[in-house]
Design a protein around this ligand. Structure first.
Ligand SMILES: Nc1ncnc2c1ncn2[C@@H]1O[C@H](COP(=O)(O)OP(=O)(O)OP(=O)(O)O)[C@@H](O)[C@H]1O
Ligand SMILES: [Mg+2]
Length: 232
């Protein structure tokens, strides 16, 4: 399990994540929803070690990762895909993945890269293309591939489908399903509620940095007012 317990993340002295407890189980998708400014991105950055955690703990399979550097958190099996599909635009697709795999023993890089090519044939076809010349959807695939290069047990994806066409969103949703089927635990921040409810086995709504709703998707699928009430 990836377990957050009373997690706090502050920005400019204000607690933007204020005591969040949640779990992500292996092989399952936990969806994290909430309005703009609810603290979803700060939570992801805090777990990944990219924002300082000011209270609470992050544990993976019982091991405390709170306060470790981003590299050590990745090495412990937790990888994040931050909002906005960041890739190294001047490098080729393959160079991007190679850079992302720098924590792995050299002999393993090729094997993990092969897994990424299998998952994303779209990227395999473009392995010598500069990342910056690809579409937003392809760059999002590469950003996910980037995170996969550290062989994570848990993957946090922030705003997976933001700004992407419906066809690409379905494609990415399929990848999330495949990764979960292989045993990866996924925390998915997703603005398309339909997509989130379809993929997730647990849904959490964050408001003002705190958990306002924590349910099985079936509990809200036909009662959207419960979801919208939690947002507002
Ligand atoms: N770069 C920043 N500078 C100052 N405050 C910020 C910054 N980024 C976020 N915040 C503040 O931190 C709080 C949490 O923001 P966060 O980005 O985590 O929300 P979010 O749930 O990811 O929202 P969104 O749906 O817009 O991505 C908000 O109150 C926001 O105003
Ligand atoms: Mg955000």
């Amino acid at each position: 399990m990836l377990e957050l317990s009373g997690l706090q993340v502050s920005r400019h002295g204000r607690r933007v994540v204020d005591g969040v407890s949640l779990t992500v189980a292996p092989g399952q998708v936990t969806a994290l929803l909430g309005a703009n400014g609810a603290g979803k991105s700060e939570l992801v950055l805090g777990v990944a070690g990219l924002m300082p955690v000011t209270g609470g703990t992050v544990r993976v399979d019982g091991r405390d990762l709170t306060g470790l550097t981003p590299d050590r958190i990745r090495a412990a099996g937790v990888a994040a895909v931050p909002e906005g599909h960041h890739v190294l635009t001047q490098l080729t697709v393959e160079e991007n993945l190679r850079a992302a795999g720098s924590l792995l023993p050299a002999a393993e890089i090729a094997a993990v890269m092969d897994e990424v090519w299998t998952l994303f044939p779209e990227l395999a076809e473009r392995r010598r293309q500069k990342a910056g010349t690809m579409s937003g959807g392809q760059q999002q695939m590469l950003a996910i591939g980037h995170a996969l290069m550290c062989r994570p047990k848990y993957l946090l994806i922030d705003e997976m489908s933001l700004g992407l066409a419906p066809l690409i969103v379905s494609r990415l949703a399929k990848v999330v399903t495949d990764l979960a089927a292989r045993g990866m635990g996924i925390l998915l921040v997703e603005q398309f509620v339909e997509v989130a409810l379809r993929l997730a086995s647990h849904v959490i709504v964050l408001r003002k940095g705190a958990v306002r709703l924590s349910v099985h998707p079936d509990e809200v699928r036909h009662d959207r007012t419960r979801l919208s009430d939690a947002y507002l």
